[in-house]
Design a protein. Structure first.
Length: 76
């Protein structure tokens, strides 16, 4: 199994950058799952900061908007 992984990793250098980024994301997710500790990416931290800023500005969904979103995703 280790040899298979080594051969795969040797080929990664020829992949497009966006595919390498996906592999990095997957590897981080596996590490987090194995260690029980998750470290957010810079993009995730920025999204969290923006969400907090929206809340501080009072930009929250109404109860009706929340219900409509749930209904949409439930296929109702």
């Amino acid at each position: 199994m280790i040899e298979t992984a080594k051969r795969l990793l040797e080929r990664v250098s020829s992949w497009p950058e966006e595919d390498i980024e996906k592999l990095e994301e997957a590897a981080r997710a596996i590490e987090a799952w194995r260690s029980g500790e998750y470290h957010a990416t810079e993009e995730e931290l920025q999204a969290i900061d923006e969400a907090i800023a929206e809340l501080e500005r009072g930009e929250v969904a109404t109860e009706a908007q929340v219900q409509a979103a749930f209904a949409k995703f439930r296929g109702a």
